[in-house]
Design a protein around this ligand. Structure first.
Ligand code: 13P
Length: 249
């Protein structure tokens, strides 16, 4: 049985004190979740929040890492540094990083390689923009994203990959993909993984849905056979909402 998961992505929200307060609230409330629970925080929160959540049911993720191992890259944070904070995951390939920071397939392949080499698990995001969906190109877009960055991984490395399908037109817009739309492409993605790594590996791959997933629509999305959980933005910033999404999984 593959892992079910609800992961939060705080993005560039909450200062350190606010982040610690939210993590504390979540820690107290999440005792025996029926799925894996991960929170993705800004770099500056990682060490503090990882220490706070040590031994709890909640794991911590970075929202990015560098595409270089170490050295003269002012302002960058390496995968090894992320790992040293106690974080276990890193979110890579988010559409906001692809769009605003020009992260290419090659760069993301390198970030993924470095993250895995440093013992991190990767939540790898894929998804099409509105124009691509309207042109019916969503399948070819996600296929190219997978082939361009992560399908070069070995079968052993693949075990540490969680996928997140996040249609860009649904992120922060309140426009959620319908369960039918999400299920259809999740099944397609799982099929691609099966072609590449075999059916057993595909059956074991966790595929999250992200994009205006909230406490109201989560249960319906999670009821779909190929949707294993969610990657949550806005609703992960409010304990009550994030907890309701965890409960829906
Ligand atoms: P929203 O839940 O705010 O739409 O964001 C989704 C997302 O980008 C998670 O990574």
């Amino acid at each position: 049985m593959r892992t079910r998961m609800v992961a939060g992505n705080w993005k560039m929200n909450k200062n350190l004190q606010e982040g610690v307060a939210l993590a504390t609230e979540l820690k107290e409330a999440v005792k025996n979740p029926n799925c894996a629970v991960v929170i993705g925080t800004p770099f500056i929160h990682l060490a503090t929040v990882a220490e706070l959540l040590k031994g709890s049911a909640i794991k911590v993720a970075a929202e990015n890492c560098a595409d270089h191992e170490k050295g003269a890259y002012t302002g960058e944070v390496s995968a090894e540094m992320v790992k040293s904070t106690g974080a276990e995951y890193v979110i890579l390939g988010h559409s906001e990083r692809r769009q605003y920071y020009a992260e290419s397939y090659e760069m993301l392949a390198e970030k993924t390689r470095l993250a895995l080499a440093n013992g991190l698990k990767v939540i790898f995001c894929i998804g099409e923009v509105k124009e691509e969906r309207e042109a019916g190109k969503q399948n070819e877009v996600v296929k190219a994203q997978l082939e361009g960055s992560v399908f070069g991984l070995s079968a052993e490395e693949w075990k540490n990959i969680t996928l997140a399908y996040e249609p860009v037109w649904a992120i922060g817009t309140g426009l959620t993909a319908t369960p039918a739309q999400a299920q259809e492409i999740h099944a397609y993605i799982r099929g691609l993984v099966a072609e590449k790594y075999g059916k057993a590996a595909a059956d074991d791959t966790t595929i999250l849905y992200g994009g205006s997933c909230n406490e109201k629509n989560a249960a319906e999305l999670f009821a779909c056979p190929d949707i294993d959980g969610g990657l949550i933005g806005g609703a992960a910033l409010v304990a009550e909402k994030f907890l309701a999404i965890i409960a829906a999984r």
